[in-house]
Design a protein around this ligand. Structure first.
Ligand SMILES: [Zn+2]
Length: 62
C-alpha cells in the first residue's frame, strides 16, 4: 500500500503573533501632519477607519 500522507509532520512552526496588526508593526502608522505626533487608529460608528492624533486631535483617513 503506497501512501504519501502522514509524512513530514511538524516541520513548520508558525511564529507566535500578538494578534494585533498595530502591535505587530505590520501596518504603517502615519505621523500627524500638524504636530508630527504618532497617530492612533480609530474607527467611526459607521465602521470606517481613520487615524487620529492624540496630541492635537487632528484626524486623517486611513
Ligand atoms: Zn497632532
Amino acid at each position: 500500500m503506497a501512501s504519501d500522507q502522514g509524512s513530514g509532520d511538524g516541520g513548520i512552526v508558525e511564529p507566535t503573533r500578538t494578534g494585533d496588526p498595530f502591535e505587530d508593526g505590520t501596518l504603517e502608522v502615519p505621523n500627524c501632519p500638524v504636530c508630527l505626533h504618532r497617530m492612533e487608529p480609530a474607527s467611526t460608528a459607521a465602521g470606517g477607519v481613520y487615524w487620529a492624533c492624540t496630541e492635537c486631535g487632528q484626524t486623517r483617513l486611513a
